[in-house]
Design a protein around this ligand. Sequence first.
Ligand SMILES: Nc1nc2c(c(=O)[nH]1)N[C@H]1C(S)=C(S)[C@@H](COP(=O)(O)OP(=O)(O)OC[C@H]3O[C@@H](n4cnc5c(=O)[nH]c(N)nc54)[C@H](O)[C@@H]3O)O[C@H]1N2
Ligand SMILES: Nc1nc2c(c(=O)[nH]1)N[C@H]1C(S)=C(S)[C@@H](COP(=O)(O)OP(=O)(O)OC[C@H]3O[C@@H](n4cnc5c(=O)[nH]c(N)nc54)[C@H](O)[C@@H]3O)O[C@H]1N2
Ligand code: SF4
Ligand SMILES: [Mo]
Length: 781
Amino acid sequence: MNLSRRSFLKWSATLGAMGTGLMSLTACSQNASLTGGEGASAGEQIIPTASTQDCGGRCLIKAHVKDGVITRISTRSAYEEDEPGANMKACLRGRSYRKHLYHPDRLKYPMKRVGKRGEGKFEQISWEEAIDTIATETRRIFDQYGPESRYCNVGTGDTGGVIYRMGLGGRFLSATGGYLPLYNSVSMGNTGTATPYVYGVAATASSLDSLKDTKLVILWGHNTTETIFGASNYYFRQMKNRGCKFICVDPRNSNTAVAFADEWIPLLPTTDNALMDAMAHVIVSENLHDQAFLDQYVQGFDEEHMPEGVPAHESLVSYLFGKKDGVEKTPEWAEVICKVPAETIRRIAREYATTKPAALIQGWGPQRHSCGERTALGATMLASITGNVGVLGGWAGGYIGLSRKGCIGLPDVPNPYPGAIPTLSWVDAIECPEKVTPAEGLLGVDKLNSPIKMLLNLAGDFIANQNPDINRTIRVLEDESLVEFIVVSDLFMTPSARYADILLPGNTFFERYNIGATWNNGDYFILSQKIVDNYYESRSEYDWLAEVADKLGAKDVFTDGKTEEEWVRWIVDETRAKYPETLSWEELEKVGISKFHYDGPRVAFQDQIEDPVNNPFPTPSGKIELFSKTLYDMHNPEIPAIPVYVPAWEGPEDELTEKYPLQLIGWKTKARDNSTFYNNPWLQQAMVQEVWINPMDAKPRNIVTGDRVKVFNDRGTTMLQARVTSRVIPGVIAAPTGSWFTPDGKGGCTNGNLNVLTTLRKTALSHGNTQHTSLVEISKL
Ligand SMILES: Nc1nc2c(c(=O)[nH]1)N[C@H]1C(S)=C(S)[C@@H](COP(=O)(O)OP(=O)(O)OC[C@H]3O[C@@H](n4cnc5c(=O)[nH]c(N)nc54)[C@H](O)[C@@H]3O)O[C@H]1N2
Ligand SMILES: Nc1nc2c(c(=O)[nH]1)N[C@H]1C(S)=C(S)[C@@H](COP(=O)(O)OP(=O)(O)OC[C@H]3O[C@@H](n4cnc5c(=O)[nH]c(N)nc54)[C@H](O)[C@@H]3O)O[C@H]1N2
Ligand code: SF4
Ligand SMILES: [Mo]
């Protein structure tokens, strides 16, 4: 490889000197004036910053810098009190960031593909050549096929930042004529789409500080000790110390169940609604529901509160007592389906209905399923019948999104193209665009006039790792007559990067400016500071996209005359203008964190409950639509008008279980952010990629812990190590997501990636993600 001499000398010196004390670089000029910092040793600076990983947390990272090299990462000390609203102590990933930044495998130069696409053969090129090629192809493809032929794929590698690469890709394509955008969050699109049918809006969360007096929390498929979700763990710990009871409903005895739960309730995936229905049956049978609340605020609970034009026996009560189908939804009925003992169902139903206030908080795992929308809405049903909506300490359910305050984002560059496709439709939009119709979720236009011909993939591994049905996807991408041009910018040669035509070395959050924002609350933000120079020839996507835009005559539209750092300063200034408590740039450089001030907790729908006349729910009826007439009129059996149990495809009642008897689910692990950090050597020591299997399923298959096994279905095979454990319910196997796809050339992955087994088939209403629903079989290798 033709190394650039300057960066070779610079970085070989840095890497060689790490740990030896022989540092040769200077710190970035912006920080050179900062000396020391609390606890700094001689010649050391401690610079506060934050990552912009898509992890659900946002922690204060203290970078110990000597001669321009980060020699150590520390964080708030374990003995420092946490502060309300902020979970700011770095997790194990945060403490390993240095192994990410200085990983010897980082991409160092721009490259172009020389072998067949996907083969992984590349040759170093100059930045000039890369930028010329991208400009030429961007224009050619636009001229030849029109705006909808250009697509920017999911790339959440840095969406914890206010500026993020995927957004910059879209901005660039908008500025240069338009593109086919995606909609529907890959993470929680099912909840996000379904929730407004009940409440009229998607963002239905209360702030976590509203849970101060909550006496019972049911964490329903919510694994916050790993996924973090803003400051959840801080509040849950305080609540636990005060005596609040925690129940975890999850097919796995998750780390959160181990850490917080008084009781773990295992159930089969996709059967949550059966458990919820039976809980409702107990609550209503024993007259524990809040009739006054239901009468005033809710549509569809009983026959007396139904919308016009709906025949008899369509209400929740009629359903629960079998007025139409003759089946009472008793705990005994549910036990057969979900495997939770009837007595347990009775007990938790009574407990949830009689403990006031109580909060049933659902994570996003339960909704990344083929029945995801119903599972999400089931939680809103239980909250409504117990009157836990709009009250301090209760929880409405639905999407855990909340915006009390937050940083100002970049102003949009409007996209001249009016259409949009769901996140998972991109493979069809390449191979068979005629199938991407309005009925399949196409928005804004009647049809696609062109297949996707150009893919931008910036800070994403959603081409051949995180996307479902990898085997189908790579077959499509290997056909070079379909997509004509793929640009990937990443830190490593990931499974997706292998599919690039032009592969660019991105820089990390240590090498650029940004704002790190937290999920769930927006209680604070952290200045993500540039601390070290770009690694070798790596660059921020902002810089090279601006250069490509320049060649296409769109630089001013793309940049608005600002550098990336100037945008970050602009964000701080604009946020300060809106919220005066926001720290200045100079203060942020020193302390990192700026906290927003609040008058008090926010309780979702408090206004609607306290003054319903002046604040109706923004639904067609002005009420909570436990029964949605809009859904009813769709006549779609997968989305009934009330969120009740319907057997899911590839669920335990699917006849495919005869061939593939086990349900496979994934989970987000502490050792990675999706696939980011997969190759971090410290984190690989913290967790082995293994599949959990219950002794009752392992025994007949002769599987013992440590065996190498294959998990397979008609879509593919993945191979990994087994762990026999009763931490997973019988009938289900589970493994962490994000392991790097390593093909064996026969449709198999030798490295335990789950997405050779998952499906591109979408949910019925939102056309959303179903990556936790796959039927499989497992056997010893
Ligand atoms: N450490 C870490 N943190 C992360 C991430 C990461 O990769 N690593 N990823 C981030 C991202 S992008 C996102 S979107 C969020 C995602 O956060 P979530 O989607 O909430 O996370 P998951 O681990 O998929 O699911 C949460 C729990 O749901 C359980 N579950 C699965 N299926 C079912 C079911 O049918 N019913 C019930 N009741 N439970 C079920 C799983 O066993 C798991 O314990 O996390 C973010 N935080
Ligand atoms: N089976 C299964 N699959 C899933 C899920 C699941 O639960 N189960 N979850 C889904 C969900 S919720 C999500 S959000 C997606 C996530 O899928 P992706 O959006 O693909 O996220 P990552 O896998 O983290 O990939 C991010 C990539 O960005 C790179 N990167 C990190 N930081 C930077 C940076 O600063 N600059 C550049 N240029 N690159 C960077 C990383 O090296 C990594 O290759 O996965 C989905 N896939
Ligand atoms: S990965 Fe997330 S939770 Fe861990 S230190 Fe970084 S910001 Fe915090
Ligand atoms: Mo996600």
